[in-house]
Design a protein around this ligand. Structure first.
Ligand SMILES: N[C@@H](CCC(=O)N[C@@H](CS)C(=O)NCC(=O)O)C(=O)O
Length: 459
């Protein structure tokens, strides 16, 4: 396991107006999450005195040099602040306190050197995949900075990404396609450093936009040939070539360039990149003023507190052990981490199979179709997104191989019921799904070969 480093580059403004650059480097073998919240560091501190912008330049250069020197290729946190004189003498081990204080007092971050990374880098000291939280969580609401308006928002998705796919399905399910425009990324991750002036060691890979009929792309190692098919929709709003560029336009400091992205054309920034929050917005905030075609369709049963509580209870195990559980299997870097995730995943699938069996038998009609009864809700949407990828992708690619969905009669029936919803079917693209997973992570599948199998018949 790689070590983790915490670097704070602190610009201290002296009484005479000069800046002082203090660089604090702490490293530890504690996981990234712990680093961000404290933990035990062995620290060292370097102090550089003197002028303004040049010092910052030096600081940035030194940070880059240190990162290269120590081969801290992937996991670190960097902060750079102007702090008041009174903090000059705080010991390096209190670096976290600078951060907390500055966050509390709302002082602005003046600069930061963002390290681009992907989900494959989000691994803790035990080799377990730890997904980081989405960084943008503004809310569209009447009377707020983000008013529900026709034509103002744009949704960037990948059809392969279960989270982004869900938001697109919800958009169509609510009939928002005439008021919220959409871009669909090419499914295969490629190098995103399209700016030649950027540092050579910027090897980040991620989503690109392509137009139908563009030349096929290869995987990052040059293997395979992956067509730019009709499902690709380029970025006509910002003309970005990559999702990363969108985040950069929004002055991103998270370094993770994930889909979905809900973009505001008016303020030219990211409103939200958390799929569950986007689902909630789509489900309600456009219901008035004839903005959406189906205001009565509700993914969140907000008027039925019992049902709502049921969806939340289901989600409390479906999200960590199934939706995210398959990733915890696939991105695990130790046998223990994989085995733990795999055991939890199948315990949950067994439980869901049982749950669906009892839902069906207790129903008076023969069609107690979904997890909470007859109505398709957000929890069905989220579970479907994982189940439809399970047999064709996860069983092979993420080694979730104890059983297939094919082997669970109730889950299979349920999968088909979800697929029978026209908007679900219309937004399910197995071609993009398979292309993405099998071609995007050469560390897991060097030659980018895509298995033939498409999973069970869905109709
Ligand atoms: N919290 C996010 C997670 C989204 C997410 O992980 N998206 C993946 C694709 S499935 C992504 O774009 N990852 C980019 C990366 O790992 O660099 C959500 O649910 O919206």
């Amino acid at each position: 396991m790689g070590r983790h480093v915490f670097i704070a580059l602190v610009f201290a403004r002296k009484a005479d107006g000069d800046d002082m650059v203090r660089m604090i480097l702490t490293d530890s073998n504690t996981p990234r999450d712990d680093v961000a919240h404290g933990g035990s560091f062995k620290s060292r501190e370097m102090i550089f005195g003197g002028g303004g912008p040049a010092e910052r330049q030096t600081g940035r250069m030194l940070i880059r040099r240190l990162i290269n020197q120590y081969s801290y290729k992937q996991q670190f946190v960097q902060l750079a602040y102007i702090i008041p004189q009174k903090y000059h003498h705080l010991p390096a081990s209190k670096a976290q306190k600078y951060h907390h204080h500055l966050t509390r007092t709302g002082m602005s971050m003046v600069t930061s050197v963002v390290r681009p990374h992907t989900a494959l880098d989000e691994i803790d000291a035990k080799g377990e995949f730890k997904r980081t939280d989405a960084g943008y969580k503004h809310v569209i609401a009447p009377g707020s900075q983000y008013e529900p308006e026709a034509g103002r928002y744009h949704l960037y998705v990948s059809l392969a990404c279960p989270w982004a796919n869900g938001t697109l399905t919800a958009l169509r399910y609510k009939g928002l396609e005439d008021i919220i425009s959409v871009s669909v990324a090419h499914p295969v991750w490629r190098r995103t450093c399209v700016d030649e002036t950027k540092s050579e060691d910027d090897t980040h890979v991620g989503w690109h936009f392509k137009s139908p009929g563009d030349a096929p792309v290869t995987n990052e190692l040059g293997h395979g040939s992956y067509e730019c098919d009709d499902a690709c929709i380029p970025d006509t709003v910002n003309n970005c070539q990559t999702v990363r560029q969108l985040y950069e336009m929004a002055n991103d400091d998270t370094g993770k360039y994930s889909t979905p992205v809900l973009w505001c054309k008016k303020t030219k920034t990211i409103v939200c990149n958390e799929s569950l929050d986007i689902l909630k917005m789509f489900d309600s905030v456009f219901d008035t003023n004839s903005l959406c075609k189906y205001p009565l369709r509700k993914l969140f049963p907000v008027n039925d507190s019992k049902k709502m509580a049921m969806t939340e209870e289901l989600n409390s195990y479906i999200y960590p052990t199934v939706n995210n559980g398959v990733y915890r299997c696939g991105f695990a870097r130790t046998q223990e981490a994989y085995t733990k995730a795999h055991t939890e995943l199948f315990a949950s699938l067994d439980k869901l199979e049982h749950h669906l069996a009892s839902t069906t038998s207790s129903s008076s009609s023969s069609s107690s179709t979904f997890l909470t009864g007859e109505e398709f809700t957000w929890i069905d949407l989220r579970l479907y997104m994982t189940l439809v990828r399970f047999d064709p992708v996860y069983v092979v690619y993420f080694k979730t191989s104890a059983k297939r969905i094919m082997d669970y009669p109730n889950l299979l029936r349920y999968l088909r019921s979800c697929y029978a919803i026209p908007e679900v079917k219309a937004t399910t693209n197995l071609r993009h799904i398979k292309m993405h997973y099998f071609a995007s992570h050469p560390a897991l599948n060097t030659y980018g070969i895509i298995p033939e199998y498409n999973g069970p018949e869905l109709e």
